[in-house]
Structure formats: C-alpha cells, structure tokens
Design a protein around this ligand. Structure first.
Ligand code: NAD
Length: 494
C-alpha cells in the first residue's frame, strides 16, 4: 500500500519516524539519537546510534554472503530481475520517499517529488538494465593461448553518504555497487536517515539477500571511521566534505589499503561572457546558485561576469530572486527551506558577516527569517565586488550566498574560474562557438556545462578534479566499473 506525503508528515508530527540498523535483520544497538527536522527543530523520531560492533556485524554478514555467492553468482539476468523489481518498488513508493527526504533534510517537497525521486528511480532502472550488457575482453594472443580479461565484483563495499540529497546519493552508490554483484554496507549521514531505511526494506522485499545490503546508522567519528578502518572492507565510496574525504585516505593507508572513491566539495564558477543571451541564462544562473538552498556540491557559487554586462546582469538577478520563495518546505510553492541544522546555519551566517567585513557588497537578499519554524531560513543572497582573496571566493559555504566578480578578458575569466583548490563543476554562457570550445577545455572541472546549469545525467560520469574528488566517479558505466576489479585468465593449449 502506498503511503501519502500527508501520512508521512502526520507521523513526523507524532514523533513516529525512526530508523534502526538493518544487518541481517533489525539489529538494535541499544543507544538512540534524536531525529529532529530542520523545518521547525521538532522531534520526529529516533535513529540507531550505531558503533564499531554494528559495523563488525555488518561486515561479517556481507563477507559471508559474498563468499557463499547467493548474490554475486546469480546470472546477470537473474540479478537484473531483482534490481528491476527493486526499482519498481522504489518508483511505486516515490511519494513516501520524497516526503521522508523533505521532513528529514528540509528540502522543498516539490524538488523531492519532481527532481530527487525521478532521478533516484532512474538510477536504479539504469544500473539494473546495464548489468547484463557489460562484456569482458579477449586478449590478442597466438593460437596456443587464450587470454580473457574479466571484470569481477570487488567484494564488500562501504558507502558513506552526505545529507544533502539523501535518496539520490544512496542510489548513486548502492545501485551500481549492488548491480555489479558486491555486498554493500551503507552508512547514511546522521542528519538524514529515513529514506535509506525504507529503500533497504524495499530491497529485501524485491529479493536482494539481506547479507548483500546492510544499513548502519550513527555518527561519522564512530561508524564512518569504523568502516574506513575495517580490514575486511575492500572499497569505500564516500561523498561528503573534502576534510572528511582526506580522513578516508588516512584510514585506508593505516588499515588494509582499501580502494577509496571520494566525491567531495566544490566552489564552482559560472562565467558569463559579454555575448551571452542573458535572459536565457538568468534562470540557469539562479538554479545553479540557489537550488536546494545551495546545499549542493556542484552549486555555482561564484559568478564571474564580463565587466560590460555586470550591471545589467545583476539587475536581472536581483529581480529574479523574488521568484525564490522562502518558507516551510512542505508547502509546494516554496523553493527555499531551512539550513540543515543550527550549526550549519550559524556557519552560513558567519560567512555573511565575514564577507561584509572583507569588503564584499551585499546587493540582494541576506534576510534571515527567524520568524519561520526553526529560524534557520536564509534568503538567497548576492554579494558583489568579491575578490579571490576573500573567504567567500575560496571556501564552500553550502548556503545561499552567491559571490560576484568581474573580468575584462577571456584569459582573466579562466584564471579566476580556476583559482580555487576545488574542481567539481563549472558552467559558462557564450554564443561564440570558438570561445565555447576553447573555454570548455581550459576549465579545471569534472563537469563543464555550457549555456545552462547541468550535472549531466545518469549516462555521464560525475566527479571532481583537484580537491573535489579522487579515485572514481558516480554515475555512468564508470561507476559500475569502479565496483569491479580486473582479472586476467590465461589458458595455455597443449
Ligand atoms: P561530511 O563530510 O560532514 O559527512 C559525510 C559523511 O561522512 C557522513 O555520513 C558523516 O557521518 C561521515 N563522517 C563525518 N565525520 C567522519 C569521520 N571523522 N570519519 C568518518 N566518517 C565521517 O559532509 P556532509 O556535511 O554530510 O555533506 C556536505 C558535503 O558533501 C559538502 O562538502 C558537499 O560539497 C559534499 N558533497 C559532494 C558531492 C559530490 O558528488 N562531489 C555530492 C554531495 C555532497
């Protein structure tokens, strides 16, 4: 039976949304953490406060399942049928999952329903469909030998997730890793836990063996670190901040040299050249800067504008801000909900104060709506006169603050765009095809979108350059392949 969003919101108000570890079956680790919604900071339930023993139990069952082969040794066609059934169940329960993400993360319900869940569902279908179309290779040998190059699942995968796109980040990691035949242990961010629990329940209903997919909740320093340091986990795929990503490299170096895939932070530039179609660009610039309260890794938080159109573009952006309604994210007309938690809200607020002190000029927004719910609601804000020395130019805020700088030549635009230690994404606007080709090549970013804001789609690999990423990608066949390892089978004829 489907659960409607209204029923989810009612259960939240009654404090009945909880999530526990799913390891073989439900495993009660005893301790609990409060789960509060950023919408009004009210208690919506509890989650398990997991620990290293829970991780140990999850690894034991994951390894046993992998060795016994009840998942990895299914024929690709059989595994595909289970993955397809899971995708169908997730699609069927999309409204419930969207409402869980809305209440858990304070994300606008419209976004959860119309963007996050369709992308999540598509990810599951795509990897289900891909898994029986992956071929190995045959080496060029003489008649006396046969050399096969085959891809095999790696074994036990740890997936450590962030809070900003709870269902979608779960899908980006779990769908390809499980489709490839691995056993997967998921650790959602402690701030957003609910949709993962429901999706794992649906996986079991679809026929995924329990040992092939486990869920361990808890704090990063306890559960995340235990996953990072476990000697029987073969690969960890992490999405989160660059600082924590760095720790996973250390955990690996100090344990079993497990593979590490890092999808980390960003400070993505948007360049607007003088020949851009400004009216077409404005909605994209706004979406890139403020979508998901700017709690988005690829957020285009730096706007680099040619000096000749700077005033004109700013006027258009200031006008466009009016369309971004701040309010309760359960309301379908709202585009900007609260910041995820008080500490994060305070951090964003301190960036506003610091930017003013450092000489940036606030030209729009910046109002804090303390009268709304939790009070952690910040209007989309535009700062002009931002220079590369300023904190706002260099550091990821993860809140709705757009930094505007100007340039006078293409070379200067590219230098400014590349002048941070991040390289996740970039977008730029120009109608000159020669400039488009040149600039696209010169920007240091994993995804460069032209005349629009895009992260690509499920068919294209997503991941960053420089300190935005390391060791692999999400999405595309690249993600599937990174959860496999290459083996050579060499046969000699006598
Ligand atoms: P975070 O780094 O604080 O946490 C991410 C995960 O790591 C959580 O599950 C957390 O519990 C865990 N963790 C925290 N401390 C840990 C520790 N000491 N040891 C082990 N694990 C630990 O990040 P966040 O605040 O949840 O997410 C926001 C960040 O994620 C931003 O920097 C954003 O840019 C990034 N992000 C990147 C992408 C991408 O694809 N590149 C996508 C989404 C988010």
């Amino acid at each position: 039976m489907k659960t409607t969003k209204e029923e989810v919101f009612k259960r939240a108000r009654a404090g009945q949304l909880w999530a526990g570890n799913l390891i073989d079956n439900y495993r009660d680790s005893g301790a609990k953490l409060e789960n509060r919604t950023p919408i009004d900071d009210s208690l919506i339930g509890f989650i398990a406060d997991g620990n290293a023993q829970d991780v140990e139990a999850a690894v034991l069952t994951a390894r046993r399942t992998f060795v016994e082969g009840c998942w990895q040794n299914l024929s690709p066609q059989e595994r595909k049928q289970v993955m397809l059934r899971w995708a169908e169940l997730i699609e069927y329960h999309s409204e419930e999952l969207a409402a869980l993400d809305c209440i858990d993360a304070g994300k606008p319900i419209t976004e959860c329903l119309n963007t996050d869940m369709p992308a999540t569902v598509e990810t599951f279908y795509w990897y289900a469909e891909a898994l029986d179309k992956m071929f190995g290779k045959v080496a060029p040998t003489g008649q006396q030998e046969l050399g096969l190059i085959v891809q095999e699942p790696i074994g036990v995968v740890g997936a450590v997730l962030p809070w900003n796109f709870p269902a979608q980040m779960f899908a980006w990691k779990v769908a390809p890793a499980l489709a490839a035949g691995n056993s997967v242990i998921v650790k959602p961010a402690e701030l957003t836990t609910l949709s993962a629990y429901r999706m794992v329940e649906l996986a079991y209903e679809a026929g995924v063996p329990k040992g092939a997919l486990s869920l361990v909740y808890g704090l990063g320093e306890k559960v995340g670190e235990a996953i990072g340091r476990h000697n029987d986990i073969d690969i960890v795929s992490f999405t989160g901040s660059t600082d924590v990503g760095r720790l996973f490299l250390k955990y690996s170096a100090e344990s079993n040299l497990k593979e590490i895939v890092l999808e980390c932070g960003g400070k993505s530039p948007q360049i607007v050249f003088a020949d851009a179609d400004l009216d077409a660009a404005v909605p994209h610039i706004m979406a890139s800067a403020f979508w998901n309260m700017s709690e988005n890794c690829s957020c285009g938080s730096r706007l680099i504008v040619h000096e000749s159109i700077h005033r004109k573009l700013l006027d258009k952006l200031v006008t466009a801000i009016a369309d971004w309604k701040v309010g309760n994210p359960m309301d379908e007309s709202v585009s900007i909900g609260p910041m995820i938690e008080k500490a994060h809200f305070e951090k964003v607020k301190s960036f506003i104060e610091l930017s003013l002190q450092q000489g940036a000029k606030r030209v729009a927004g910046g109002k804090i709506h303390s009268e709304l719910g939790s009070g952690w609601y910040i209007e989309p804000t535009i700062f002009d006169n931002v220079t590369p020395e300023m904190s706002l130019f260099q550091n990821e805020v993860f809140g709705p603050l757009l930094a505007v700088s100007t340039f006078s030549s293409d070379e200067e635009a590219i230098t400014l765009a590349n002048k941070t230690h991040y390289g996740l994404a970039a977008s730029f606007y120009s109608q000159n095809v020669h400039r488009v080709m040149k600039v696209a090549r010169q920007i240091n970013a994993g995804t460069v979108s032209i005349n629009g804001f895009s992260e690509g789609n499920i068919t294209t690999p997503f991941g960053g350059f420089k300190q935005s990423g390391f060791g692999g990608k999400d999405n595309g066949l690249e993600a599937f392949e990174q959860y496999t390892q290459t083996k050579v089978i060499w046969m000699i004829h006598h």
